[in-house]
Design a protein around this ligand. Structure first.
Ligand code: UDP
Ligand code: MG
Length: 318
């Protein structure tokens, strides 16, 4: 594919997923207006309201009425951030799309540097956290374990500190939109589609108002989706383990038969039997659980339900 010449006035859609962000939006929108206005005349904000229960809608519509080029899309309920991003990417039609959080953690002032990296030829420009100082030790450990696991056992490399603050070229957006899966672990999908990616370090700001909606449980669920969507290793481990145990059992069987037949030893011990039985029942239940996890994913996929539903769409800003 011939690379198109990149024009600095190429159109730009800024996709902002928002869940209960009424308190943070006015500040973000004002800063975005400043940062984007200096960059290109052809920009708009695509605010995806992920079923907020506060006045996110009122704040967004007021900004739009006041002349901000903003398209407001409200999902029919809270579908989760990955679904909101998927909706934004599907609806954006500009030459490039910027994804950023609504809570002020992603500084609009970074956009100029991202824009320059795009102009220089990067298809995906990704802001990478320079530190995780604002996170607790438990979350940091979990993150390390998760990325260590996924990266060790898949052919993808998912950079641990690269989040959803990204500028994507149209080609990347089209590639992401063409992926049919319903279990959308976006960080994995960005890595899967590939393309020329540039990483820019940034220091995340503390969340402006409100609290993060990602509890430990929700992060764990996302991690499970990530592992099962990008690695078959958990399934293979059980085949290997099953095979090894069967071999050991066979060898042990041969050994006690010989003992009994050749030397007349009595066959010993019910204790070994009970311990063995309990251990392997546990192993079997665990492996069924892991298979179940994958079957659950397959179930989600075959139902073919849409990833999100739109309840309200103001359409293009006027
Ligand atoms: N978000 C969303 N749907 C959700 C949860 C979060 O659209 O169900 C948005 C939220 O409004 C914010 C971004 O996703 O713009 C990141 O969320 P949050 O700050 O809660 O996550 P964290 O920064 O802790 O990863
Ligand atoms: Mg946040």
């Amino acid at each position: 594919m011939p690379t198109k010449v990149r024009l600095s006035n190429a159109s730009l859609d800024v996709v902002v997923p928002a869940f209960n962000e009424a308190a943070n939006l006015p500040d973000l929108l004002a800063r975005l207006r400043g940062a984007l206005g200096a960059l290109t005349p052809r920009w708009r904000i695509l605010l995806v309201d992920d079923g907020s229960r506060d006045d996110t809608q009122g704040v967004a519509l007021a900004a739009r009425a006041a002349g901000l080029p903003l398209r407001y899309v409200r999902l029919s309920r809270n579908f989760g951030k990955e679904a909101a991003l998927t909706a934004g990417l599907a609806l954006a039609d500009a030459d490039r799309v910027l994804l950023m959080d609504a809570d002020g953690q992603h500084a609009p002032e970074m956009i100029t540097a991202m824009h320059e990296a795009w102009l220089a030829g990067a298809d995906m420009v990704c802001a990478v956290r320079a530190n995780r100082d604002e996170e607790g030790p438990l979350k940091r450990l979990g993150t390390r374990l998760f990325y260590g696991f996924v990266n060790a056992f898949t052919r993808l490399h998912i950079p641990p500190d690269a989040g959803d603050f990204r500028l994507l070229d149209r080609r990347v957006v089209d590639a992401l939109n063409a992926l049919p899966e319903r279990n959308r672990f976006m960080k994995g999908l960005y890595a899967w589609v590939g393309f020329r990616t540039e990483f820019l370090p940034y220091v995340p700001k503390p969340r402006q108002g409100g609290a993060s909606s990602f509890s430990l449980g929700r992060l764990l669920a996302l991690a499970f989706t990530g592992v099962t969507a990008f690695s078959n290793l958990p399934l293979r481990v059980w085949s290997a383990l099953g095979g090894s145990i069967a071999l050991v059992a066979l060898a042990y069987g041969v050994w006690i038969s010989c003992e009994h037949l050749l030397w007349g030893h009595p066959i010993p011990g019910w204790a070994t039997l009970v311990v063995g039985l309990m251990f392997f029942s546990g192993v079997q239940l665990l492996s069924i659980g892991i298979i179940g996890e994958y079957i659950g994913r397959i179930f989600d996929e075959v139902k073919q339900r849409p990833v999100y539903l739109v309840a309200l769409d103001t359409g293009e800003p006027t």
